[in-house]
Write a protein that binds this ligand. Structure first.
Ligand SMILES: [Zn+2]
Length: 256
């Protein structure tokens, strides 16, 4: 079986970036969508993601920050509750300044848990800040898995596929990320599905039981490229040997 760990990072405060930031990136959007959508809603897509994934009966992981520029994670409380109610997973999107201090990671975890009222099992560091001491800190804080590693920016090879165990913590390298596809790899919209096909083929060649980790940021769903998300799920769910799930459910399978 080819397992897909499907995830979204919620990088921006609920109000989105400052309007100026969005205006500078106007050409990332289809003009019609840009004109009919309120600026703060261009970057905010949690309900839309839920609707798309529900259609395919898929549950993914949403990683939330607890430190937002000029914003607060508590503003996401309603979204978080909705996600939890329907069995999506909430993970911690740790601040890159926190990773050298177990105390700071603990504070972030507890802040998020004060909203979820439930244990947080998964971690991903913002900007994929990672060092070799991080897994031990995460394990000591009770995390079951991390997904903060990417070895390269411009290619998808065997190092970015699968998972590893570091003591009891499971580490999922990010196989496919929206931002790297469009920038470093220069993939055009029509090249996205072929890239997924190629990656899946590579994963199958390596092992008939394997893991592919996908990161599709919350803010890209209405953007060119990012809007291919529905088609990506349509392709993946059409494959008989592919199972798509959140990190929590995948960890359960891998531990058995
Ligand atoms: Zn991030």
């Amino acid at each position: 079986m080819q397992y897909v760990f499907l995830s979204h990072d919620v990088d921006w405060r609920i109000q989105g970036p400052p309007t100026e930031h969005i205006l500078q990136r106007k050409d990332r959007f289809d003009l019609k969508i840009f004109e009919k959508t309120k600026p703060e809603e261009l970057y905010r897509n949690i309900p839309e993601y839920m609707e798309i994934e529900e259609k395919y009966d898929i549950r993914s992981t949403f990683f939330f920050r607890t430190i937002y520029e000029n914003g607060n994670v508590i503003d996401y409380e309603d979204d978080i509750k909705q996600l939890q109610k329907s069995n999506w997973e909430i993970g911690l999107h740790t601040d890159r300044q926190s990773i050298n201090s177990i105390e700071m990671i603990k504070q972030e975890k507890e802040k998020l848990e004060s909203i979820t009222k439930d244990k947080i099992n998964g971690n991903r560091v913002h900007f994929l800040n990672y060092n070799s001491e991080l897994p031990d800190k995460l394990e000591r804080l009770g995390f079951l898995y991390d997904s903060s590693i990417r070895h390269s920016k411009d290619r998808i090879d065997e190092k970015e596929i699968g998972y590893s165990k570091i003591n009891h913590l499971i580490e999922f390298p990010i196989t496919i990320m929206d931002a790297y596809l469009f920038t470093y790899m220069k993939i055009k919209e029509e090249g996205i599905i072929p890239e997924f096909k190629k990656t899946l083929e590579l994963s199958r060649t390596i092992s008939e039981n394997n893991v592919i980790t996908i990161l599709w940021h919350d803010n890209v769903l209405k953007m060119k490229g990012g809007r291919m998300y529905n088609k990506i799920l349509e392709f993946l769910t059409s494959q008989n040997d592919v199972k798509i799930m959140c990190g929590r459910d995948l960890v359960k399978i891998l531990k058995n």
